[in-house]
Structure formats: C-alpha cells, structure tokens
Design a binder for this molecule. Sequence first.
Ligand code: ADP
Ligand code: NA
Length: 324
Amino acid sequence: MATIFSGIKPTGVVTLGNYLGAMKQFVDLQDDNNAYYCIVDLHSITVQLDRVELMNNTRKLAALYLASGLDPEKATIFVQSEVKAHAQLGWMLTCIAGMGELGRMTQYKDKSQGNENVGAGLFVYPTLMASDILLYNTELVPVGDDQKQHIELTRDLAERFNKRYYETFTMPEPLIQKEGARIMSLTNPVKKMSKSDTNAKGYISMLDEPNVIRKKIKSAVTDSSGVISFDRENKPGISNLLEIYSLSTGTSIDDLVKQYENSNYGTFKQDVAEAVVALLEPIQARYHELIDSPELDEILDAGRAKAETVANKNLAKIEKAMGL
Ligand code: ADP
Ligand code: NA
C-alpha cells in the first residue's frame, strides 16, 4: 500500500492519451493504495481561460474521472483550488527552486518557444506540481512519460528542502507504465497526442461520438509498407494504433501483430476504431448520467474535506520547519 497522487488539468478536451496514459492507471491503483486524484485547475490558469468555460471543464473532468471508474470510497477525488494549501506550498517551493533548473524543463521550453511574453505561471508550473505531490507525502505518481522531468525536479526540491530545513518530505517516484506512456498524435505520430493540437483530427476526445472516432482513426497517418508490425522508429503511425488497440482490448501487441499478419491497413484501422468505440461508449453513457447530477458536487465536497485534513496538517509542519 502506497500513497499516490496524480492530477489532470481541466483544459477542455480530455484525450484518449490522458485516459490510456493516466486515468486508466488511476483506476487500477485505487484499490490497494491511498490515492489522491486531483483536478488541477490552478495549473490550467497558466493560460488564459474563460471563467465559465473553466468551471464547466472542471465539472466535466470530475464526471469523466467517475465515469472511468474512480470510486470516492476508494480514492480521494477533489479540486486543487479548493484546498488552499496547494498554492501556499507552491509559493514556498518557488522560493527553493532556481531559475536555471526551471528554465531547463522541456515542457516550458516547448510551450514558451523563446516568447518573452509567456506567462510567469508557465515558468513556475513545476513548483506548483511539486507542491501537489509533496503535500500528501506521496510515494508514487502515476503519469505519462512527458511528466518524468517534472517529477525529477520535485525530488530535487524535496531533497533541497530536507537538507536546508528539516527532514520533512517523502521522496516521490514516478510510476510510468510500459505501454500507453506516450500515445501519439493521429496526424503526426512523432508528437504526443494532445488537446492543444491545433488539428482536432490529431486527438480523440473521450467524449467524441462513435462516428467521429471512426473517421479520425480511418484518416490516421500511417506509412506505405502495408505491413502491420510494431516499430516505433520506422512505423510510428501503425505502432501507435497497435498500442491504442492493445490497451483498449487487453490483447498484447505481439498477439495483435500475429492476428493481422495477412490483413491490410483498412481492415486493421476499422477494428482499432471499433475497439476504441467499445472502450469509450460505456464511459460516455455514465458521464452523461453524472454531469448534471448533484451527486457530483457531494463527491467533490467530501473529497475536498478529506484532502484538506491531510494537506493542512502537513502544511503546518512545513511552515514550522521554515519558520513561518
Ligand atoms: P495534457 O498533456 O493533455 O495537457 P495534462 O498535462 O493534464 O494533459 O496531463 C494529464 C496526464 O495525462 C499526465 O499524467 C500526462 O502524462 C498524461 N498524458 C497526457 N497526454 C498523454 C499522451 N499523449 N500519452 C500518454 N499520457 C498522456
Ligand atoms: Na484506496
């Protein structure tokens, strides 16, 4: 039994990449662990968002968490901004962090692209993420591999704090699964599938209609060899579809490759699409039941209360260590 923390930003679309890379793992881990699953709305305001849209996105993500199988009896499900200690510890950790190490974060470099007017929040983002994790004495952080560098920074900050002040923080480890750690864009399979993709054909939203899913997978970029085999380097498109198919059905990639030995891309894509539709349909049905239900508010209120108790107790210790 380990203490687990992870979160997803409520920035609109929740992609199949978020589901296969993160949420699915959240569900698997909730039974035997003390898990905190957060809707990290303070992270989403690093870019400008409409207030009503943000409120709706937060609710949507909460409903998707539950529809995917997260159970408030087994895990603590809550909204980050409702537990004030996250922002407070975030500031303290910002004061521990260096400009140099923050500037080396590849996610920051990708998103800022040398633009001087980029928001300062995007720059200090990893210190808030470190706060989320460290506040609960987290041992394991289930994430996609794009977050590995941020977890390393979290460890560096924890270690620095522990040396400088008092042995306060537990050292967290990333928990990155072998398959699904990086689901790629359907239109450009050398880049990760992301909701910030300007081309909506590049990602599948967890709430896409079956026919939209079919169309997107049908037009997914592949190659001209016609052979269905797993080779990330030379066949990134087909390999990505194999991975999506495998994770959606539980059939291993090796077995899928054997099964499609004498098949063609058209048939293969059709079957991948049906597997994704079958995976998402029950989640979508449950989502539509939940989205307007008062049950959702009750679950988030109870989650906040549980998270707050632990967070406030730890924050008091951290403040004491720093002399605040
Ligand atoms: P996004 O990267 O879509 O903006 P977040 O930063 O909120 O989403 O990430 C939430 C979780 O989803 C993280 O654990 C992240 O690693 C995971 N994730 C995001 N995109 C992918 C992807 N394409 N493949 C696998 N995991 C992903
Ligand atoms: Na649990």
